[in-house]
Design a binder for this molecule. Structure first.
Ligand code: AHR
Length: 495
């Protein structure tokens, strides 16, 4: 039996809406085809941005988008991506497939996209192969309102008003593709570069330092020790890889029961990583001024057979959906430190929200989790305790179910539950406390599937999608819900 206690009158802070953030890199078919098709495309678009993807992202209330990388960020020179498109430089995207990057999607196009999505931009600057001057002039170009060489150039390129830019990352994966640096060296570089990331006028930039890879706790220790006063956020990257990064990550569609289990186990590992990195951050920043910014996470699987290995195109199943739910519950549990996360990546790359095939588009199971959980954005986290049964395989055990809940400004409660067990359903007893008298009105939605690798295809795009959920009873504040194997439930509770 699984028991949950939900204290509806005990709040634990705000769930930053940016926990539901996204990441779009110049990688494979994420930006080009996935988002940008150009104004002359036969694919319906608005100013070059494809309409179907735009609408899909609006529907999940995308709060924030990180761009242009990833590894790409540390070889991106922003000047190449402004001015008349036909005159923009072509370059080689050396990290991702060695393809030609024509720079047609640059600063103006990205900022326009964010305005269309009504989401905040999060730009990652180039430390690895760029200069302090280049970074500082990019900020001036985007955010300075007065007379200056960069602001004037922006106007010549068609944008009068500066843009609002809140989030800026000072390099990416500086321990790896961003320059293979030691933390001591990067900490000094960070201090130097961020000095010239200026606040012009009312634009106040939240500076994010490049953080650790997975469990590199020394990186966090050194960055916090040497540079904490100069940062607002420190990043962390962790991908869920069922196999081995170099020897074979595992197929997105063709996997065994044991791979399902290990995927869940590795997704749950995020909790330990956040806890241990947070403990180090607490030592230098006990008031939690500095946000933990998990600006890359999600499943990283083998590319679909026959596709370019440098394009990182993978299918997406109910397993990926459960991975997303597992992460959200962990992020909520650490909402006092985790201020932003960005799943990798929005379209056609890694654990994507949507997949496209020329003019066709489908929503992935992961998309549907973002849709179901969007109600938690900016809501008050409620106190929930979970006593879960076990999900066992070959002598190993994981907690089978979990729950998280929030209350929005109108007092509406959203309770999310999952059952990661690929085989066994779960009965969950939920003691709803703190609501005086009266009856509860509860509506439910569920995402589940009949096979571990159930997924959506262009031929059958709605195989995995949310359905109405009614398999619960309520009596005297006691809710009993039946969770099928491999399921995610969202309950909306009005009192
Ligand atoms: O998301 C794909 C890549 O993963 C990013 O470019 C890089 O930052 C990370 O290693």
């Amino acid at each position: 039996m699984n028991n949950v206690v939900l204290n509806t009158d005990v709040t634990k802070g705000t769930i930053n809406k940016n926990i539901y953030g996204h990441f779009a890199e110049h990688l494979g078919r994420c930006i080009y085809e996935g988002i940008w098709v150009g104004e002359d495309s036969s694919i319906p678009n608005t100013n070059g941005i494809r309409n179907d993807v735009l609408q899909a992202l609006k529907d999940i209330r995308i709060p924030l988008l990180r761009w242009p990388g990833g590894c790409f960020a540390d070889e991106y020179h922003w000047r190449d991506g402004v001015g008349p498109r036909e005159g923009r430089k072509h370059m080689i995207n050396t990290h991702w497939g060695g393809v030609v990057e024509n720079n047609h999607f640059g600063t103006h196009e990205f900022m326009m996209l964010c305005e269309m999505l009504e989401c905040e931009p999060y730009i990652c600057g180039n430390v690895g192969s760029g200069s302090v001057q280049e970074m500082s002039e990019w900020i001036e170009y985007m955010t300075f309102d007065g007379e200056s060489p960069m602001a004037n150039w922006r106007r010549e390129n068609g944008r009068q008003e500066p843009w609002d830019l809140t989030y800026f990352g000072v390099g990416n994966e500086n321990w790896g593709c961003g320059g293979n640096m030691r933390p001591e060296y990067y900490a000094d570089l960070y201090r130097r570069f961020q000095t010239f990331v200026r606040n012009y006028g009312d634009n106040k930039i939240y500076r994010i330092a490049g953080g650790a890879n997975v469990d590199d706790y020394n990186w966090t220790e050194v960055l916090m020790r040497e540079a904490a006063p100069f940062m607002d956020g420190l990043s962390l990257h962790y991908y869920t890889i069922p196999g081995d990064f170099w020897k074979g990550k595992g197929s997105a569609l063709d996997f065994e029961e044991s791979e399902w289990f290990v995927t869940m186990k590795k997704a749950l590992h995020m909790n330990e990583l956040i806890t241990r990195h947070s403990t180090i951050m607490d030592k230098y920043d006990p008031d939690k001024r500095i946000g933990m910014i998990i600006d890359e996470w999600g499943t990283w699987l083998d590319v679909e057979p026959g596709t370019n290995p440098g394009f990182l195109y993978q299918q997406n199943t109910i397993r990926d959906a459960l991975v997303a739910a597992v992460h959200f519950h962990i992020f909520h549990d650490h909402a006092n430190r985790v201020q932003m996360t960005n799943i990798a990546q929005t379209v056609n790359v890694l654990q994507a929200m949507v997949l496209t095939d020329n003019e066709k588009m489908l929503l992935t199971p992961t998309y549907h989790v973002f849709d179901m959980y969007k109600e938690h954005q900016g809501a008050q986290l409620l106190d929930v305790s979970v006593d879960s049964g076990t999900y066992e395989m070959e002598g190993d055990m994981l907690p089978q179910v979990n729950a998280t809940a929030s209350k929005n400004a109108d007092g509406v409660i959203h309770l999310s539950l999952y059952n990661i067990d690929h085989q066994h359903p779960a009965s969950v007893s939920i003691d709803i406390r703190g609501i005086a008298g009266g009856s509860l009105s509860i509506e439910g939605r569920m995402l589940t599937a009949d096979e571990m690798n159930a997924h959506n295809t262009f031929e059958n795009p709605e195989r995995v999608k949310p359905e109405a959920y009614t398999d619960f009873t309520v009596e005297n504040g006691q809710l009993t819900a039946q969770l099928p194997n491999m399921s995610i439930i969202q309950l909306t509770i009005h009192s």
